[in-house]
Design a protein around this ligand. Structure first.
Ligand SMILES: O=C(O)CCC(=O)C(=O)O
Length: 271
């Protein structure tokens, strides 16, 4: 690994409540992304791509233990030799110690050999979309290694919590992956928050949103890659597309060296 990563973000439409359709559509787009020249090192997928926000039927639709998703993504990653941060899915978890089964909003990462390298369940559930009534929150930040590069993952609403991104950055993350289903009319929030997380933590932010319409909700896409200086390296429009760009992780160290924010922190005064 040279410190450069070629990224492909699958900004896809998702049919809420139709996992079969979504699996087939994602398979098609993954093959397309992996077949591109130059080939990507990492593919990122949006939030809740298996079920969408079909929350009323989420227990019935969620993937038990994520088994189907893991098998599908692991096989793809190994066959095509590419890392995949597999968006997030609705995962059905068996209840422990007499508790009922629960559904989490969980992302998995797989390396080029098909090994699982990351697993993170959304910590902050989004009350405006009733997530808290149907889903269980995760309990641990999503820090992992991607080909020896320290990385982090947060899901959608999580980006409103700068503390979580800062925690990941303090734990070494140089690149932050963000699968999302972020709707109209909050494009301004989406763009500003992604840039803010990149600037304040001096890291790459790689954010993949869905597009299309689900019921009354219109998702605007605008997946984007922001560098550690806060510049937008690439940004999609509103249509289904595969957004690609190459990032150079050396820029993270350069920016952190120029403005030594981490060394200048005074946590004893505000933590
Ligand atoms: O925070 C927002 O405005 C959108 C968040 C969201 O849609 C989600 O977390 O699913």
């Amino acid at each position: 690994m040279t410190g450069k990563l070629r990224l492909a973000l699958i900004q896809m439409d998702i049919r809420a409540g139709f996992p079969e359709h979504n699996f087939a559509q994602l398979k098609k787009l993954l093959e397309e992304a992996a077949g591109a020249t130059p080939k990507p090192d990492v593919i990122l997928v949006p939030e809740m791509w298996n079920t969408g926000y079909a929350l009323d039927r989420i227990h019935e639709l969620a993937d038990p233990a994520g088994a189907r998703t893991k098998e599908f993504v692991s096989e793809f990653s190994r066959r095509r030799g590419v890392n995949v941060i597999a968006g997030s899915i609705a995962e059905l978890r068996e209840g422990r110690e007499g508790r009922p089964d629960g559904v989490t909003n969980t992302v998995y990462g797989f390396d080029r050999e098909g090994n699982e390298i990351a697993e993170y369940s959304k910590i902050h559930l989004f009350k405006l979309m009733d997530e808290h009534l149907h889903l269980e929150a995760g309990e641990r930040p999503g820090r992992f290694e991607l080909e020896s590069v320290p990385a982090g993952v947060m899901i959608c609403y999580d980006i409103r919590f700068p503390e979580l991104a800062r925690r990941l950055a303090l734990d070494g993350a140089k690149v932050l992956f963000v699968p999302a289903e972020w709707p109209h009319p909050r494009l301004h929030h989406w763009r500003t928050l992604l840039q803010a997380r990149a600037i304040e933590n001096q890291m790459y932010v790689v954010a993949c949103n869905r597009c299309g319409v689900s019921g009354e909700t219109h998702f605007f896409g605008h997946s984007m890659i922001v560098d550690p200086w806060g510049e937008i390296v690439a940004e999609a429009g509103e249509e289904e597309t595969i957004l690609t760009a190459e990032i150079d992780l050396a820029l993270t160290d350069e920016v952190r060296g120029r403005i030594p924010v981490f060394a200048d922190r005074r946590p004893a005064l505000y933590e």
